[in-house]
Structures are given as C-alpha cells and as structure tokens.
Design a protein around this ligand. Structure first.
Ligand SMILES: *[C@@H]1O[C@H](CO)[C@@H](O)[C@H](O)[C@H]1NC(C)=O
Ligand SMILES: *[C@@H]1O[C@H](CO)[C@@H](O)[C@H](O)[C@H]1NC(C)=O
Ligand SMILES: *[C@@H]1O[C@H](CO)[C@@H](O)[C@H](O)[C@H]1NC(C)=O
Length: 466
C-alpha cells in the first residue's frame, strides 16, 4: 500500500516538474522548497502513466446487505476493512489504521440509519495517559470533558494500587462514587461532625465519598483496581486536595500554631504530592485502625460503602441487571447505578433516561450502541472492555452484545433513583390504534408488543442472520 502511494506521488511530482523519471541526485540535497514552475497548470503538467491499482479487500458477512439493516460487521479478522455497506460508501486506498478500524466497524461502515453528528460517546481509557504513582505503587487514567466534551455531568478515573499502596489522604470538590473492578481495599473517612468510617471492600463493591469529605484508600494484600465516577464532567484527578500539599503550602509557623507543635515536627514533611505511594501493609484486623472519637462512628444508614458484590443479579431474558441507588445506598444521594450483563446475541433494550445523562463503563466483552438525538441525528459506537460511554439525558440508546462472551457494563446516572423509559414498554402500553396509525405496523406486530420492561432482550448469536 505504502509503495503504491509513494510510486503515485513520485510519478505525479516528477511529471509536474517536467523532470527526468529519476530523482535529481546530482544537485545534492534538494532545497526545502520546490521551483516556481510547479505552480498551477502548465502544458508540461499533464498526468500520464497513471496505473489504476485495485485496492485489495474482502467484504465480511453482512457488509453487502442493505445499509439500513445495519448488521454488525465483524472486521476482527479482516486485513483491510473498507467503508462499504450495501450500495453505500467505497474503497479506501489509505492512509488508514486497520488496527483501530477493526475495533470500530460501525464507524468505518456505519449503518444506513446513522445521520449527522452527535456528541462523541466513546472514550477508550486505553487512549488516556496514565498518571504514574511513586515507586511502582500504581497509576490512574482519567476521562473528562477534555477528551469527551459532551460528557459534562460526570467524569471517570480508573486507578490501580499495588498491594499495600495508598491513594493519599485527600478530598475534592466533586462527589466520588466507585466500583471495585479487581482486588480489595481498606477505605476510611472522617465527616464534618468528626464521625469516622472505615471498611474493607472487594471486587464488585461500591463506595461513595461526598464532596469535601477527606478520605484515603489503601490496597490490601492482592492490590486493587477501581473505577471512580465523579459528579462533574470537568473533574480532574490532577486537581484534588492532598494532605501532602496542604502541609506543603501553609507556612510552617502556621502549621506549628495550628497543631500546637514545635516547628521541628514538620522538618520531614513531603515537599510535594505523594498521590499514589507504597505504604506499610494494613493490619489484617480492621479494628486496629478503627479510630472512634466522642462523635462516634458514621451511623450504618449513612455508610460510605455498599457491599454490592453480595447482591445477586436480577435475571432477565437476555442477561441480568443489578441496581444500586439511593433507595439502598442513601449517602450517594445522586448516584444511581446498574451493572448490566448481556449474554451473547442479547441486547440492553432501546431506552433513555428521563432525568439524567448516563455515564457508562465497559467492564468485559464488547458491544455497540446507537445514540439517537432529536430530531434526526444518530451515531453508532463500538465499545470494548475499558471504554467509557456517555448518553445524554433523554437521548435513546441500546447496547447490543457484538461478541462471543458476556458483555458486562456499568450505567451511572445523576439521579435519586435508577430509572429509564423503555421504547418497547411505551409502545406496548399505548393503544394499538394509535401505534398502528403512527408507525404503520401490521396487526400481527402490534399484538406482539409487550407492556413489561425487558431491560435485556435475548437474540441470535449470529449477528448477520436476517
Ligand atoms: C483480577 O486480576 C487478576 C490478576 O491479573 C486476574 O487473574 C483476575 O482474573 C482479575 N479478576 C477480574 C474479575 O478481572
Ligand atoms: C468501629 O468502632 C465502632 C464503635 O465501636 C463500631 O460501631 C464499628 O462497627 C467499628 N467498625 C469496624 C469496621 O470495626
Ligand atoms: C449466520 O447467518 C448467515 C445468514 O443466514 C449465514 O450465511 C452464516 O453462515 C451464519 N454464520 C454462522 C457462523 O453460522
């Protein structure tokens, strides 16, 4: 491919210059700029010897079908994916990046039903620069409006702490909700009343720290990885208030007065942020670190953790759903979340959220979603484990499993209750006469509409079977 392009360019350039067909080497290194007779048309500038090279490619199952059918195109074993769907599109002689195109077939060859330009609803954390912790203690990667300008209500930070490592004592202006993805951690916090909190959490559990409440996280003996979701799309992990920094940026005389300690007590404080750093291992017995004061512990009803891993999933036709929202986890008063499992061939049904944007994270498997925005704009996005998705309030979307394994993803809303409107339930709960007059569906189809919300529907694992 590269050589075809180079040949074409060379042929073109040498002809325009009226030059011999070999590069002009005798003059040594050519100057940075070319001669003035390259400008515009001249009778010498007629293209000849244009070889028509065929772009070699093969189409995948479904690619020849009508574009509006919009079947999932599996480019994963395709040498040279092409922007062709049904009668639409055409070949791409390059340049292109086939590795990225193989992962994003709905961008390369979108369904014919896509139209116009929506927000960008996909950010692979794999494209986020890691912020590195000290002494190999861990890292973080973030998603916010810098990389997803349309994702204004929430931002995400993925973080790894090696065994025993800390996320330094800190606070921030946004509320922090977290889902543990791997391993386990000890979390602790002190609220504005001096009430204390400490707990151990593991893979599948969630925690929440309100804005301003100082807290820390320490990985237990297998290390930990977690996804943090903040209630502010502009949040950055670079802008948190760290214990090390508040000490580094107040006069030592003031620190001395504040704590009623000699100035020498502050001789060895860190001179900059620690952020993520190795620690002495937490004692196995959590009681050893349970500091309780006259204010007492934070009451259970206001606990900062929810042992979501212990909650069994609600089974539905195409997978399962489990919800944690303020009805069961009250301290996270504006975080309503669902972990959704979609079996191969299944699909999170077409729906929208009436009261909030949705921030989502793909935990395992792969899927695709079409974001539909009023009046007629739609984009289909492909998602893989490690990607963030974003679907603004009231804009419809589905999430279809496009792989051979279960697709597991997280939906997070800024709401006091998890809620969605199901397209199927809406139409199944509306007079057949009204639906029939509007959509011109046959009576046999109207009879099949269901008035119950499906959450996740089942389907064929052969995505090109029509
Ligand atoms: C957690 O990480 C370990 C080590 O990489 C891995 O073996 C395990 O499968 C991970 N668990 C999950 C749920 O991803
Ligand atoms: C910490 O101590 C308080 C007060 O005794 C108790 O209510 C709470 O359950 C303890 N927490 C843990 C994690 O042991
Ligand atoms: C899927 O269905 C199509 C159309 O019926 C068929 O041609 C294709 O062989 C099927 N693929 C698999 C893997 O069964």
């Amino acid at each position: 491919m590269k050589s075809v392009l180079a040949l074409t360019l060379f042929t073109l350039l040498s002809y325009v210059q009226g030059a011999p067909t070999l590069p002009r080497r005798q003059g040594g290194n050519p100057p940075l700029r070319g001669p003035s007779d390259l400008l515009g048309y001249s009778s010498d500038n007629q293209l000849t010897d244009q070889t028509t090279e065929e772009v070699p490619y093969t189409l995948v199952p479904g690619q020849k079908e009508d574009a509006d059918l919009g079947l999932y195109l599996d480019f994963s074993n395709t040498e040279n994916p092409q922007p062709i769907r049904g009668s639409k599109g055409g070949t791409d002689p390059g340049p292109q990046n086939p590795a990225i195109e193989r992962l994003n077939s709905d961008k390369v060859a979108p369904p014919g039903t896509d139209h116009g330009q929506t927000i960008n609803a996909n950010w692979p954390m794999s494209l986020g620069r890691a912020k590195m912790g000290l002494e190999n203690a861990g890292w973080s990667r973030e998603e916010n409006t810098v990389v997803m300008p349309g994702a204004t209500a929430m931002a995400g930070v993925m973080m790894r702490l090696e065994a025993g490592a800390y996320r330094e004592l800190h606070w921030h202006t946004a509320g922090e909700w977290a889902l543990l993805l791997n391993g386990s951690a000890r979390i602790q916090a002190v609220d504005e009343n001096g009430q204390t909190f400490i707990d151990d959490v593991t893979e599948g559990d969630v925690w929440f720290f309100p804005s301003g409440v100082p807290h820390s996280i320490q990985a237990l003996d297998v290390g930990v990885e977690f996804m943090l979701v903040f209630d502010d799309g502009f949040f950055s992990e670079d802008a948190t208030f760290l214990a090390s920094e508040i000490f580094a940026h107040n006069p030592k005389s003031v620190l001395s007065k504040n704590f009623d300690l000699p100035i020498a007590a502050f001789d060895n404080i860190p001179d900059g942020e620690l952020f993520i750093f190795p620690g002495t291992p937490a004692p196995v017995d959590i009681e050893e670190q349970n500091v309780t004061t006259a204010a007492g512990p934070i009451p259970q009803a206001g606990a900062y953790s929810y042992h979501f891993s212990e909650q069994p999933a609600h089974q539905v036709a195409g997978g399962s759903v489990k919800i944690v929202d303020p009805l069961t986890f009250p301290v996270a008063s504006n975080f309503a979340a669902a972990v959704v499992t979609v079996h191969p061939g299944g699909m999170r049904e077409i729906h929208w959220h009436p009261s909030s944007d949705e921030w989502s994270f793909f935990i395992s498997g792969q899927g695709r979603a079409t974001l539909f925005e009023a009046p007629s704009t739609a984009t289909t996005f492909d998602f893989h484990a490690g990607d963030v998705g974003y679907f603004p309030k009231s804009q419809s979307h589905y999430v279809e499993n496009t792989g051979d394994d279960d697709l597991v993803f997280l939906e997070v809303l800024q709401a006091d209750k998890f809620s969605d409107i199901s397209l199927g339930q809406w139409l199944g709960s509306t007079s057949k006469q009204i639906v029939g007059d509007t959509l011109n569906l046959p009576d046999s189809a109207l009879d099949q509409l269901k008035s119950e919300k499906q959450y996740v529907v089942a389907g064929s694992t052969n995505l090109t079977q029509t």
